[in-house]
Design a protein around this ligand. Structure first.
Ligand code: AMP
Length: 429
């Protein structure tokens, strides 16, 4: 029979077999961010929709089409929305909690699910995870290089081969308007040839035309003005400084003159990561940029910031093929089995004592024969079976090494120490 219910379209269950890679990615995210001095923050997974409308921009795919809006019971309006990305919420929290009084920059990191109502396909989900890092209160460019190198290192340590950093400057409020005017002038000449979507973008948010996937628009863009030719002196200095710092850190750069990112609040530095040779939007493993205009939008004094979000689902897809999943998955050290199928209390008590002593142990609590219990212990991949029998009255059990096929009588009092020692030397040496 087909199952009656399935996970919602665009979402996935992370089954225990997937979680080994996932956990390793999460542990390393927390470890690396900590090493670099980024402190953990958690913000709600839903916010006032205005936080996203304001902080991401009303004329972006994310806000126009992809926001999961939430209506509270009895209300007529969708006041809330599930977060499509973490930066807006983190900046809202920075302002709300007066973090401008802390030593700057405030370095923050988070890990968690994001939600976008997009058309699902491989590598694109409606619920997906990001590892996110933000530095608020430093105008750069050295901090830009630090944060980019952190993302680069993370991807390499995760096992992504040939990480490619695509880097651009999108200028700021001083120089970008002249570039946009020149872009609009150039592209308007071909307005009749543009597809509907790009015509809309050209009118509503022209920079986003550079994001196009349409082949004809791409052809027309080949002859369009380049932002690099329009940067004002401070933006050019920032760009040169960033390149020098990345060079000092040994991070190779692929200039990406068309890279603008879909979010309005970005200034100057914009970047994305790819695996070399991979094509197309779905292959971006993460991206980020400078958002010097964002904090101000939340009602605080102008404060610079930079951050990135890495797409964990895509990274996991790439690296799970190369990782030794057997090594990473958790098998119990010991399973407590017994000659008397009905004596579940004795087995459970012994397993509980072993766990209290730090041994990954479980008890077979089904009332089945000893040989069935042993079969299951082997299938679970346990290293040892602890066999409870009549010897328990003398404070002893049989300790069977399922890997070696040996068995000996062991005192219950020595059991946890024995298991930890034997398991440690077996698996690591
Ligand atoms: P963005 O804020 O759109 O630049 O997203 C940053 C990163 O998150 C992307 O480079 C992807 O790796 C990942 N990402 C964004 N949207 C999705 C999605 N719908 N499904 C899976 N990963 C995503």
């Amino acid at each position: 029979m087909p199952p009656k219910f399935k996970a919602p379209r665009g979402t996935r269950d992370q089954l225990p077999a997937d979680m080994a890679t996932w956990r390793a990615l999460e542990d390393n995210a927390r470890r690396l961010a900590g090493l670099y001095g980024y402190r953990p923050i958690e913000t709600p997974i839903f916010e006032d929709s205005k936080v996203f409308e304001r902080g991401i921009g009303e004329v972006t795919d994310i806000v126009e089409k992809e926001l999961f809006r939430v209506r509270s019971p009895g209300s007529e309006e969708d006041r809330w929305a599930l977060r499509p990305e973490p930066t807006a919420g983190i900046c809202r929290a920075y302002v709300e909690h007066g973090m401008h009084t802390l030593p700057q920059p405030v370095k923050l990191t988070t890990w968690g699910p994001m939600f976008r109502y997009d058309r699902p396909q491989a590598g694109r989900y409606r619920q997906f995870w990001q590892f996110d890092v933000e530095a608020i209160g430093d105008a750069g460019p050295a901090i830009d290089a630090e944060i980019i190198e952190l993302a680069y290192r993370y991807l390499r340590e995760a096992g992504v081969m040939d990480v490619e950093l695509h880097l651009n400057s999108i200028g700021d409020g001083t120089c970008r308007p002249a570039f946009i005017a020149a872009l609009v002038e150039h592209m308007s000449r071909f307005a009749a040839e543009l597809p509907e979507l790009d015509r809309h973008r050209l009118e509503a948010n022209p920079l986003r035309v550079l994001d196009t996937k349409n082949p004809r628009t791409l052809e027309l863009l080949a002859g369009a003005p380049r932002i690099a030719d329009y940067l004002c002196d401070p933006c050019r200095e920032h760009w040169d400084g960033l390149l020098a710092h990345l060079d000092a850190l040994g991070v190779p750069v692929t200039p990406a003159p068309m890279l603008v990112r879909g979010l309005d609040y970005y200034t100057r530095t914009a970047f994305e990561f790819y695996q070399r040779g991979a094509q197309g939007q779905q292959s971006a493993l993460g991206g980020g940029g400078r958002y010097d205009g964002l904090i101000e939008l939340f009602g605080a004094k102008p404060t610079p910031g930079i951050g990135f979000g890495l797409g964990i689902d895509r990274i996991a897809l790439l690296v799970s093929e190369t990782r030794d999943s057997a090594l990473a998955s958790a098998h119990p050290v010991a399973i407590v089995v017994g000659a008397d199928p009905a004596a579940t209390a004795a087995r459970l008590k012994l397993a509980t004592e072993l766990r209290a002593a730090g041994v990954a142990a479980s008890a077979d609590l089904a009332q089945r024969t000893l040989s069935r219990q042993l079969e299951r212990a082997a299938r679970e991949g346990a290293h040892f079976a602890v066999v409870v029998g009549d010897e328990l009255e003398q404070g002893e059990v049989q300790l069977r090494d399922l890997d070696a096929g040996t068995q000996r009588l062991t005192k219950v009092a020595d059991l946890s120490r024995e298991l930890l020692r034997a398991h440690g030397s077996h698996r690591h040496g």
